[in-house]
Design a protein around this ligand. Sequence first.
Ligand SMILES: Cc1ncc(COP(=O)(O)O)c(C=O)c1O
Length: 362
Amino acid sequence: MAQRIFNFSAGPAVLPVPVLEEAREALLSFGNTGIGILEHSHRGKAFIKVLEDVDARFRELANIPSNYKILFLGGGASTQFYQVPMNLLTKADTADYLITGSWAEKASKDAKRFGKVHITCSSADRNFSYIPDTVAYSEAPAYVHYTSNNTLFGTQFKAPPTPPAGVPMICDMSSDMFCRPVDVSKYGLIYAGAQKNLGPAGVTVVIIRDDLIARGAVDIPAMLQYRTHAENDSCYNTPPCFSIYVVGLVLKWIQAQGGLAAMEARNEAKAGQLYAALDNSKLFKPTAAKTSRSLMNVTFVTGNEELDNKFVAFAKERGMDGLKGHRSVGGMRASIYNAFPSDGVEALVGAMAEFEAANPPA
Ligand SMILES: Cc1ncc(COP(=O)(O)O)c(C=O)c1O
């Protein structure tokens, strides 16, 4: 097998090695069942136990109150862009969206198919390089939607926004779920595609409060009603079994690291080291405003596209992959999710210094 390298991919992204090792074992026989994890029926005892276990780990890690259901759905986070308004927005209502990046923009565009959308704030004027301070809510929104971490632009809310009292807050946490403690009771609904911080692609986790399940539209296809999945413990149809199983292993790994507060401390140390190197560099510049910097996706440029490409190739030669920035920002993006090792950050900081010494700015 080729040696594993430092994978800075924005997603699907690096997973903890012990998780991969345990999953590898389970491929041929899950526990002592003699049947591989990919081959178990979703209605059988073994898989139902997996579902119960992953549900319990979510609840324990984030202290999720009993009036919330945890659903494991297909369709990616992008399905939530329309499933949320399809269930919770009517033509007569307005939903409020905070526009801090392309994913938030996409979510708001889908919502317009179902009702009115009020844009409470936007950082589009500076290519989404900051999280706006001022948010102007509409009179009585059906809900408020925001994206906690903007994967492409390397910005992150330091704290959740504060919607008007009684208005459900909905959050796309796809790229920073469980990078730090989260107070689920502040939210009506949280969703996250698993493939960045929670596990493999294929499953989207939805944490939804009971009253929003009950309030959801009934005149839409069964598969798109949250109540269908809540009433059937995510087994109305065949769920993404393997992805759910691996999410359970990732949660077990997070617990073994000390839980969400420990994850936050690790992430702050890793991101802190990288931002400090960027702040001290004369060649590399971070693109996100200082107060909005993401712990998960660190975006930076040299200001010269050719030099950016040269650095990406330079890092690749030294065992670092996935550093090319998204085309909407350019430059580099180092995605350093929970499972990304700190020695990978050290390797990157070292490569940056070496590259800068060889390419001193004029
Ligand atoms: C914040 C955010 N939301 C939504 C998505 C879309 O997720 P999916 O590909 O699972 O539909 C992504 C993917 O990168 C993302 O980073």
